[in-house]
Design a protein around this ligand. Structure first.
Ligand code: FES
Ligand SMILES: [Fe+2]
Length: 341
């Protein structure tokens, strides 16, 4: 179940150079590259001649030459050369996808509707003055919604991430959630509880802390978490831990996903050792999630009895997010059926 009229992360900026790169997004193959002037281009990777993979061809200037029979397309997807003939068949063109490069990531609009820049998620802290981001990307062999579920129910931190960001204070504190249009907002504020191991190490907290987890879900699977830890009873930012965990999940297909993530903090910005520590520990934390989620995917897809999930209160946010995706994807399917009927 995919929403097509949405932005998906295709790559981190540094991954795309003046070379052809293949990316799969919601089951569609794309060829992505940077022109000599630095602009990022995303085209359908299926050559309209015989559907060879354009990304296995070569760049001729800023044009893509198919590696099978040499038909060549410019960065608008228009055919500019057919070997051995002058005439270019009108249907010989490949689809161009709208692209925005922002906040160190490359976003591609996969829908038929006009690209709507206002639907980009609020991920500006990935690249803002006063903030320092570390991050990366992981391939996960699981459906993208299992990853959204994971980020929308942080009670799992208590059980999965006890070495870094989890402790029992999380499950003991209920969350509040609210659906606002196509967004889900979740808030958990923990008062006067011990810091989890990574918070203690990063900010040298001596006693208990007040801890905030404010989560925002945006379509299709963009989840930011405003995470804060203050010395208990204070709002002293000078001694606080504050970072955003920015997460964007791009489905490759129904059972594989790319997980783009950053942690972007607003304290001790120049401290390289701290950046490395946060990167290493958060990567280890996310790999703990991946282990759980990939095992979950296998058990779900081999379940011949078709067990129905039994839900609890902590699932409220993820269930709301799934309902939004279901509503939007069904509306797109209905619109498609209306067009073809
Ligand atoms: S398949 Fe691309 S030129 Fe023939
Ligand atoms: Fe996790």
């Amino acid at each position: 179940m995919f929403v097509r009229n949405a932005w998906y992360v295709a790559a981190q900026s540094e991954e795309i150079t003046h070379a052809l790169t293949q990316r799969w997004i919601i089951g569609e193959p794309l060829v992505v590259y940077r022109t000599r002037a630095g602009e990022v281009v995303a085209l359908d990777d299926r050559c309209p001649h015989r559907r060879a993979s354009l990304s296995k061809g070569s760049l001729v200037g800023d044009d893509v030459q198919c590696g099978y029979h040499g038909i060549t397309f410019d960065c608008s997807g228009a055919c500019v050369h057919v070997p051995g003939q002058e005439r270019i068949p009108p249907a010989m063109r490949t689809r161009k996808y709208p692209v925005i490069e922002r906040w160190n990531w490359i976003w591609v609009w996969m829908g038929d509707a006009e690209a709507d820049e206002s639907l980009l998620p609020a991920f500006q802290y990935n690249d803002s003055p006063g903030w320092k981001a570390v991050g990366g990307v992981l391939q996960v062999n699981a459906n993208y919604q299992l990853l959204s579920d994971n980020l929308l129910d942080l009670t799992h931190e208590t059980y999965v991430h006890g070495k870094t960001i989890g402790n029992s204070a999380i499950v003991e504190t209920p969350m509040e959630y609210e659906v606002k249009g196509n967004e889900v907002h979740i808030k958990r504020i923990i008062h006067d509880a011990p810091p989890p191991p990574l918070f203690k190490r990063v900010r040298n907290f001596e006693g208990n802390i007040d801890r905030w987890q404010v989560i925002r879900f945006q379509v299709p699977a963009h989840i930011s978490i405003d995470a804060r830890g203050y010395p208990a009873g204070s709002d002293d930012m000078a001694r606080a831990l504050r970072w955003f965990s920015m997460n964007s999940i791009t489905p490759i297909d129904e059972r594989r996903s790319m997980y783009y993530w950053t942690i972007t903090r607003c304290f001790d910005l120049e401290n390289e050792e701290l950046s490395q520590l946060i990167y290493d520990k958060i990567l280890a934390t996310f790999l703990e999630d991946v282990e759980v989620i990939e095992a979950q995917q296998v058990l779900i897809e081999t379940d011949r009895r078709g067990l129905i999930d039994t839900s609890v209160r902590a699932d409220s946010g993820s269930i709301s997010a799934r309902r939004i995706i279901q509503r939007l994807s069904e509306a797109e399917a209905a619109a498609d059926a209306g067009v073809t009927a």
